[in-house]
Ligand binder design. Structure first.
Ligand code: NAD
Length: 477
């Protein structure tokens, strides 16, 4: 059974004063499966008051006590994993195995930040005179407004919540209306762990209404958003106008460079696996596959063979590799981007069509030799489509990798150390994985550059985005 979703404010679950709810669709059928409560001004005001009040207590709570509660939340989440995973599949579409893995990843993230919060050290700076102590202290910034999307309804929120709570901040989370129940179940795992009322609040509603009210509000000291670059720029401008600290995790368009000397079977199998994970709705998914001339035909052929073997279906069907896309908007985007690429001379090697007329299924798609002017070469497809183009020199591959205004993830495969170093030195991206798909672990930085945003969502750097620095100089009596 799919549960309806309430808001969580000041330690209480509520449908809000208006009683208005929004529909939730199952992406595998297109049919309505439940409703989510819609927050209005009254709910936002209550959440702001509660989060501000809780902050006064939470910032004084010791790091060890915070860690204990975070571990208790992770324990709850782990114990409920088999109940929450089907909810996630029902509302988002991903195969059940991927839903379970998203929840296991959430457990890992909470525990890592719980421990890292304990090690959030300050500094003593040697003074110029005797009897003087110069201290650098890290303090929690305050109440955080966090906005998270529908592709990983739990995982996107958990990074923000865990790092914020571990560093002593309190949170108002506006999560994705399209997939709200799994995130609400995760918040319940925190609530049941015994966090102070108001330390974590959960809102749903009209996204722009909520962000435009919360961001300028004096109680909010930090804004953290994950979503498209266009919305991110709007929210960052609003935050800038009100001098709020910002973390923006925005779109990408990852290059995936395969040199002629690479371990080709590994490069191809990793590509086939990771490109279609979550039906391609992943900000770090490889999109522009760039293959060195001498091995181009072979790589393309092997990749197409691997893609044709991908099994698509309802996420609850055993053995399914890829579920439907999460919403109808993505289907329309696939039709538009693929149609445009083919019209401009790109070759369609497999896929390219919707599957059936119920739900939001789309075939895993491979395009080849697509010109740079095509929309798909410039706009994040955020779906199960890869473009495979060729390059004839390392310079050319790097130029193409860096051509776009975004710079989130990048991948490169080569056995030559000199090439690997060139990629490490010259690729403009926040994250680069060479001969591997080694990104997004809790302990490593996760961030973009250029139009992909700023501020890390992983590693020790993520805690720092929720902290301010206070310098104290103290002279002995
Ligand atoms: P979108 O930017 O409109 O929405 C993404 C998320 O942001 C949603 O959860 C939405 O509720 C929220 N949002 C939208 N407008 C907002 C506002 N004014 N204030 C606060 N929150 C707001 O994008 P979309 O139509 O859902 O997807 C389009 C594109 O967004 C995708 O193609 C992809 O490029 C990008 N996207 C990126 C991620 C990511 O993980 N970085 C996730 C989802 C979408």
């Amino acid at each position: 059974m799919y549960p309806d979703t309430e808001l969580f404010i000041a330690g209480e679950w509520t449908n809000g004063t208006s009683g208005v709810t929004l529909p939730i669709l199952n992406p595998a059928t297109g049919g309505e499966i439940g409703r989510v409560a819609k927050a209005g001004k009254a709910e936002m005001d209550r959440a702001l008051v509660a989060a501000e009040r809780a902050f006064r207590q939470w910032r004084k709570t010791t790091a060890r006590e915070r860690a204990k509660l975070l571990h208790a939340a992770a324990d709850n989440l782990k114990a409920r994993l088999e109940d929450i995973a089907p909810i996630l599949t029902m509302e988002q579409g991903k195969p059940l195995a991927e839903a379970r893995s998203e929840l296991r990843n959430a457990d890992d993230v909470i525990r890592w930040f719980a421990e890292e919060g304990i090690r959030s050290y300050g500094r003593l700076i040697p003074a110029r005179r005797g009897g003087v102590q110069q201290m650098v202290m890290k303090e929690p910034i305050g109440v955080v407004a966090a906005f998270t999307p529908w592709n990983y309804p739990v995982a996107q929120a958990i990074r923000k919540i865990s790092a914020a709570l571990a560093s002593g901040c309190t949170v108002i989370l506006k999560a994705a209306e399209e997939a709200p129940a799994s995130c609400a179940a995760m918040v319940r795992a925190f609530a049941d762990a015994g966090f102070p009322d108001g330390a974590i609040n959960l809102l749903y509603g009209i996204p722009a209404e909520i962000s435009e009210y919360l961001i300028p509000h004096p109680a909010i000291r930090k804004v953290s958003f994950t979503g498209s670059t266009s919305v991110g720029k709007r929210l960052a401008s609003l935050a800038g106008a009100h001098m709020k600290r910002v973390t923006m995790e925005l779109g990408g368009h990852a290059p995936y460079i395969v040199c002629a000397d690479a371990d080709l079977p590994k490069a191809v199998s990793m590509l086939a696996e990771h490109k279609f994970h979550n039906a391609g709705q992943v900000c770090i998914a490889p999109t522009r596959v760039l293959v060195e001339e001498p091995v181009y035909d072979r790589v393309l052929e092997d990749f197409v063979t691997a893609v044709k073997a991908i099994r698509i279906g309802d996420g609850f069907t055993g053995g399914v590799d890829m579920g439907p896309m999460a919403n109808a908007r993505r289907l329309d985007a696939m039709d538009r981007l693929i149609g445009d690429a083919v019209a401009r001379g790109g070759r369609l090697l497999t896929g390219g069509n919707r599957i059936g007329n119920a739900g939001f299924f789309f075939e895993p798609t491979v395009l080849a030799e697509v010109p740079k002017e095509a929309a798909i070469m410039n706009e994040e497809p955020f779906g199960p489509v890869a473009v495979v183009n060729r390059f004839s020199s390392i310079d050319e591959a790097i130029d193409e990798a860096n051509r776009l205004p975004v710079g989130l993830a990048a991948y490169a495969f080569t056995r030559t150390q000199r090439n690997a170093q060139r990629f490490a030195d010259d690729i403009e991206a926040g994250m680069l994985s060479i001969n591997d798909y080694g990104l997004a672990y809790a302990e490593v930085p996760f961030n973009g550059i250029k139009d992909s945003g700023y501020g890390s969502e992983g590693g020790a750097e993520a805690l720092e985005t929720f902290q301010t620095i206070k310098f104290v100089s103290q002279t002995n009596f």
